[in-house]
Write a protein that binds this ligand. Structure first.
Ligand SMILES: [Zn+2]
Length: 65
């Protein structure tokens, strides 16, 4: 099953464990937490739980103050 990350748009490959699933998954590209609900290998709903920003960006923001 494939799902597009809502944060970075990357196509995530999920194995068949997630064909019937309700819960959180983590994008391995940007680290965002998504809450998904799937049924028979199709996404029923998908929403953000948390956007994790790269630590580099946070460090820059701190510097800019
Ligand atoms: Zn992502």
């Amino acid at each position: 099953m494939k799902i597009n990350c809502l944060s970075c748009g990357h196509k995530l490959d999920l194995d068949e464990t997630y064909n019937d699933y309700e819960g959180q998954i983590k994008c391995f590209v940007c680290g965002a937490l998504l809450e998904i609900k799937s049924e028979d290998g199709a996404i029923k709903s998908q929403k953000f739980v948390k956007i994790v920003r790269p630590s580099v960006e946070e460090a820059m923001e701190r510097k800019l103050g």
